[in-house]
Design a protein around this ligand. Structure first.
Ligand code: AGP
Length: 616
């Protein structure tokens, strides 16, 4: 899950590389490095463990007069710890070539034996340096980087995007992809490479997605794509839908804060254009034809982390509206248990990045078995939507903070739209329900904005609770996965033990955790719409209170029933029950952010994590 950037052109190479790496830092921040050529054609590498800022300091201390060719890398460590020496780029061919890598080379031990036998001494513990050395050997054998590059990529097992440049071929960067992302940016007299378009969107919005097992070769004036056998591959360019403003902090202290506040727009933009003449219509599903959608007898949602909780919430709505059984599986569990799949199964993947390897492999597995695959994705032209039969994009805009927020609410929105579309096509959705959902979507952005406005109240609460060591979250029905998401947010950015429970499960074990002062967030269902569930959750609150818990109740405005039993009350606007997660999660996101901030932590780049998990 590293970030890679490549450049050829007359621009300020180091500026292009470091600004690209800044925008890719969400992919990993264990180390950063660049390789560039100087005016005399000499290769220079600067690299350092830690965040990009440390590399920038190094470049200030040890400047390079770079010419127009360079590659840059930001690392999430796999092979070898996060040290200076393990940072990329790595050198081969006696220092004449530089190579960076995103992924894992699984047959690295076998390849290393070959390098050892050739008497080449490696300095790092990485699989990447082995590839650099191997490429060096091939270049000396063939005398040609392109031939050598093709020969080497064919020998690698595992996952990789590789970028290579050579002193003797100074105006070219070579890039190959196998199960890791790669895009080309098309400039005017300059060209770019990146793990995603964020790498170059400050310079150009014209992009080309490089397909699986292809090689891209860029010069200032040309882009050539070939397959691993050297056959030319045609490609199409597309325009990137967002610009650099969307990828900057816009006055907020963190990307996460900015992204939480952007949720009204994320929801509105995901619905936009999908209500046509009073009906929910998703063009991408219409393109599949109604017959296959009518025939499906089962849906499996595959996703990881936050996206899987969005999937769990979506499952309630899809079953309710489309009357088809829906199960939700973690992508990495799905394919290893030989699931029962037929030509009437639909697999819906949910992924913000569209590059999560576990989810990608689950989609491939399903596709190979003839299943209809639909991707819910936030990243235009990412690998998973391209692999799927239909791509339903969320339009949340770029999400940079590692902790997912606006993508989550946009994913729920997209899954609800899918449920409504399927319900209409399958004849299971009543006109009244469709009209009610459309009305709810209209008012939703405003209600999410009200939830965003709880920020100050939550900040105070988090400030008082800065020393808390454990927090529990409780919900019922769609509130249950929302509780799981609240707990995940807290774990990942505040490093606090947190667990989410289904309220009804409390008495089956977890209530033993309740001790004096134990904070418990309770997502309280609406008493107007779900009086039975409300009263059941209310009794849980009383049971916990009786055992000394500190109850923080998240209620809809006007719910006075739980007031006597709650220590803190967070009030949210009235929404239809099924839409509750989209507003209830917002204070939980703020709570995690504010608690992490109170502990002095970096909320955008939590330890040990990377945003896009492109290894299995
Ligand atoms: C969310 O806060 C996490 N960082 C993580 O669980 C994430 O949702 C998961 O890795 C899936 O990512 P994706 O949506 O890009 O597939």
């Amino acid at each position: 899950m590293c970030g890679i950037v490549g450049y050829v052109g007359p621009g300020d190479t180091l500026e292009v590389l470091t600004s690209g790496l800044k925008r890719l830092e969400y992919r990993g921040y264990d180390s950063a490095g660049v390789a560039v050529l100087d005016d005399y054609g000499e290769m220079h590498v600067r690299k350092r463990s830690g965040k990009l800022a440390r590399l920038v300091e190094l470049l200030d201390d040890q400047p390079i007069a770079a010419t127009g060719t360079g590659i840059g890398h930001t690392r999430w460590a796999t092979h070898g710890g996060p040290t200076d020496v393990n940072a990329h780029p790595h050198l081969g061919d006696d220092g004449k070539l530089a190579l960076i890598h995103n992924g894992i080379v699984e047959n690295f031990a076998e390849l290393k034996a070959e390098i050892d036998a050739a008497g080449i001494e490696l300095v790092s513990e990485t699989d990447t340096e082995v590839v650099a050395a191997l490429l060096g050997l091939e270049v000396s054998r063939t005398g040609d980087l392109e031939t050598a590059f093709r020969a080497v990529v064919k020998r690698l097992h595992g996952t990789f995007t590789l970028l290579a440049m050579h002193r003797d071929d100074p105006a070219r960067v070579y890039a190959a992809r196998h199960s890791s992302p790669l895009v080309v940016g098309l400039g005017d007299g300059e060209n770019f490479l990146g793990s995603d378009v964020a790498a170059f969107v400050g310079y150009t919005r014209r992009a080309v997605a490089v397909e699986e097992d292809n090689i891209a070769i860029i010069t200032p004036d040309s882009v050539r794509i070939i397959d691993f056998d050297g056959a030319p591959v045609s490609f199409e360019e597309y325009e990137v839908a967002w610009n650099t403003d969307a990828a900057d902090k816009g006055g907020w202290d963190s990307f996460m804060a900015k992204e939480i506040s952007e949720q009204p727009d994320a929801v509105a933009n995901t619905v936009r254009g999908r209500v046509v003449d009073g009906h929910i219509e998703i063009d991408e599903l219409t393109a599949l034809g109604d017959a296959p959608l009518q025939a499906i007898d089962r849906i499996i949602i595959v996703a990881c982390g936050t996206a899987s909780y969005a999937g769990q919430i979506g499952a309630y709505a899809i079953e309710q509206w489309a009357r088809v059984p829906v199960s939700v599986e973690l992508s990495h569990e799905f394919r290893y248990r030989e699931p029962v799949l037929t030509d009437r199964t639909m697999v819906i993947s949910v992924s913000q990045s569209g590059e999560t390897m576990d989810t990608m492999m689950a989609v491939k597995y399903a596709k190979e078995r003839g299943v209809t695959t639909v991707s819910v994705c936030n990243t235009q032209s990412a690998s998973i939507p391209r692999e799927s039969d239909a791509a339903v994009y969320t339009h949340a805009g770029p999400e940079v903070a590692v902790a997912s927020t606006k993508a989550f609410t946009a994913q729920i929105t997209a899954l609800y739209l899918i449920g409504l579309h399927l319900g209409r096509v399958r004849g299971t959705l009543t006109e009244a329900d469709e009209a009610a959902a459309i009305l709810a979507f209209e008012s939703l952005p405003g209600h999410v904005a009200e939830a965003v406005a709880t920020h100050e109240q939550i900040a105070q609460l988090a400030h008082w609770m800065a020393d808390t060591r454990s927090v529990l979250f409780l919900g019922r029905h769609v509130g249950y996965p929302t509780a799981l998401e609240g707990a995940l947010k807290l774990k990942e950015i505040a490093y606090i033990h947190a667990e989410g429970f289904a309220a009804g499960e409390l008495k089956h074990g977890p209530i033993a955790l309740i001790d004096h002062g134990q904070p418990v967030f309770v997502l309280v269902p609406s008493p107007r719409q779900s009086p039975v569930m409300h009263s059941k959750v209310e009794s849980k609150i009383q049971e916990m209170r009786a055992r000394g818990a500190r109850v923080i109740a998240i209620v809809e405005n006007g719910d006075t029933l739980v007031l006597p039993f709650a220590d803190d009350v967070i009030r949210l606007p009235l929404v239809d029950s099924i839409f509750e997660p989209i507003v209830q999660v917002v204070p939980l996101q703020w709570f995690a952010l504010e608690l992490a901030t109170a502990k002095g932590l970096d909320v955008d780049q939590p330890r040990n994590l990377a945003k896009s998990v492109t290894v299995e």
